[in-house]
Design a protein around this ligand. Structure first.
Ligand SMILES: [Zn+2]
Length: 177
């Protein structure tokens, strides 16, 4: 047996109500503990647009065969909340519509935990206290973004189209907090 695809046992106290991000769904065949019957798993219903490779079609077929996996779409109200949080966190450009659905579903279902290896999702969740874990069970450090003018060096806490002082382009930086 290939050691890389051996079953992992679920850590104690691991949450049983999960929302799966696309980075994690790809790994699902290797980590079939996500599919144990005592877990309730939410997957955004637009997953088919997000997964395009042959391997991911196999994953999708597997997901659809499981009774404890629920395919859901968030309300448009939750989705616009998720978009607002993404913009405030400075992560909007890095998030796909699937990612935004993951966050919106977590807003609607606060007892669920997002499982994600995506930095943008993890960071947004950490800033706004949305439950998130990486598939390696780590909680990542929160990043605080700021934008700095490439010419005059002025710093801004929000993304602007250009420097408010001199009109030059801005570049994004972050510090860990
Ligand atoms: Zn400037």
């Amino acid at each position: 047996m290939n050691e890389l695809v051996q079953k992992r046992s679920l850590p104690e106290n691991f949450p049983k109500k999960l929302i799966l991000d696309s980075t994690v769904i790809i790994q699902i065949l290797a980590k079939d503990w996500f599919l144990t019957d005592d877990c309730v798993v939410i997957v955004p219903a637009n997953i088919k647009e997000e997964l395009k490779s042959f391997e991911s079609n196999l994953v999708l077929t597997l997901l659809e065969s499981k009774k404890n996996i629920i395919f859901l779409m968030p309300s448009s109200f939750s989705l616009s909340n998720a978009v607002n949080l993404a913009k405030q966190a400075g992560e909007y450009e890095r998030l796909s519509s699937y990612d935004l659905n993951v966050i919106a579903l977590a807003i609607e279902n606060p007892e669920f935990t997002i499982i994600s290896d995506d930095n943008a999702i993890q960071n947004l969740c950490n800033i706004f206290n949305i439950r998130v874990l990486s598939s390696f069970f780590k909680i990542t450090k929160r990043k605080k973004y700021y934008w700095k003018c490439t010419v005059c060096g002025a710093q801004f806490s929000k993304k602007l189209d250009c420097c408010a002082d001199c009109g030059s382009p801005l570049k994004r930086y972050f510090r860990k907090v």
